[in-house]
Design a protein around this ligand. Structure first.
Ligand code: SF4
Ligand code: SF4
Length: 131
């Protein structure tokens, strides 16, 4: 008898870098700004001057002229160990956890989410494997 096929995990990051190609909206908190500045070995004021910009919602990470987050390099995050919480949490964001339609949209944006997975599978995965 052959072994049962391994079940595709609900989420497994493919390192495609697509989630860093957004139009902004990464707003590091003051503590996150401190950590990023320490990691890059520069004063916070320098971090703000080079990498952040004022938005109506507060200081946000800039995008590169060609698009995508300024910290993205060869599909990798230059500040991975200290990246802002929203980056660490993706795709387990509140809206996606709460709403089935947001989960459906996330599946089209993130190659790491198994296309056949249901919202309930996503919640179970989050509860058992993530938190
Ligand atoms: S879009 Fe999804 S699969 Fe691609 S890097 Fe981001 S989390 Fe990973
Ligand atoms: S900070 Fe890093 S993980 Fe977050 S969007 Fe930029 S490159 Fe991606």
């Amino acid at each position: 008898m052959s072994a049962p096929a391994a079940k595709t995990p609900v989420f497994h990051c493919r390192q495609c870098g697509e989630c860093c190609q957004g139009k902004g909206g990464i707003l590091p908190s003051p503590i996150e700004r401190e950590l990023i500045a320490q990691y890059l070995k520069m004063p916070v004021a320098e971090l703000i001057r080079i990498y952040l910009e004022e938005t109506p919602l507060g200081l946000a990470v800039k995008n590169k002229a060609a698009g995508g987050c300024i910290f993205q390099e060869d599909n990798r995050c230059r500040i991975h160990p200290v990246k802002p919480r929203i980056c660490r949490d993706w795709p387990f964001l509140p809206a996606i956890l709460l709403h089935e339609n947001e989960f459906a949209a996330a599946k089209t944006a993130c190659a790491g989410l198994a296309p056949e997975s249901r919202h309930t599978d996503f919640l179970t995965f989050w509860l058992t494997e993530v938190i």
